[in-house]
Design a binder for this molecule. Sequence first.
Ligand code: NIG
Ligand code: FE
Length: 373
Amino acid sequence: MSLLVTNIGELVTWGEEPVITDAAFVVDKGLIVWVGHRLDAPEADAVNDVCGAAVIPGFVDSHTHLVFAGDRSAEFEARMTGQPYRAGGIRATVDATRAATDEQLAANIARHLAEMRAQGTTTVEIKSGYGLTVLDESRSLAIARQFTPETTYLGAHVVPSGTNVAAYVDLVTGPMLDACAPYARWVDVFCEAGAFDADAARTVLKAGMNAGLLPRIHANQLGHGPGVQVACEVGATAADHCTYLTDADISALADAGVVAGLLPGVEFSTRSPYPDARRLLDAGVTVSIATDCNPGSSYTSSMPFCVAVAVRDMGMSPREALWSATMGGAVSLRRDDVGRLTVGAKADYAVLNAPSFVHLAYRPGVPLVAAVG
Ligand code: NIG
Ligand code: FE
């Protein structure tokens, strides 16, 4: 049965006419089959009149850590009274995740995905990284795979307590990779002081690539470091965080065509300086925005919140931020069927309780997503 969604006050398509006023589109078998001006719309089996509301592509959250158990609100509270964020907090979530059953982990993912969908997110990437044993990483990915094809093997999140770094890299690039690769599309590594250095990051990404996985990286989050350069060198699709960048890092990202993934919830929740999106955009770098939803550094599931912060504090216009949270996420995941509302794309959209997408940043914290298709 085809569906005509019409009387759209402002339709964001990111197609030839990126934003259409007084618009409509037709959906058939889950795909967009027609987009244009309301008065030109063809007939369809059913009609949804959205009464002048804005409609946007569903958000593409290209970076989350949803396979976890436990709570770190005490750590957040300590940060808000002056403690710095430390990568070592990850180990607390590792203990809770290992102790959880498969059913508990799946229920936790389902709960967060429901939160995300209610806020307009229709595509989600999910990483492992709180298991750090062959069994716990592989079951994390097998569970995540039940919810999304965009699964990422992050065995190289931190070195587990009491383990030697070299031995752990051997495990991550050997038996753990063998067990995880069947459930993963991507390989990732946390390249940062306190986690993995450039050599280890290169080794992990190359091993993943040899096993058929696509590389992406956590880079330059807590300070200047080699992560971005490693991403460009191995041809990673995305370098996420990108908070501390030199001019050379920015040129390298632009030249290599690596997507810079910005995660505004992290700087918000760790009370850290925000990355300068303007500097990246002006250099021609493709920027994505994602939540990084995890219990440590960024426990938000809200893409509208991330868009609002990116506009307020990272130098992006509302249009740039929405592009990065939809198309940018799609580019970051090498997907051409989501993040846009053009003919042939999946009919993944959010109807806003607002006349314009600008309200996503103009009305921060307000639940503006009225419906998700
Ligand atoms: O993306 N940076 C590394 N990993 C997560 C944080 C995980 C945690 O603190 O539990 C991140 O910020
Ligand atoms: Fe992350």
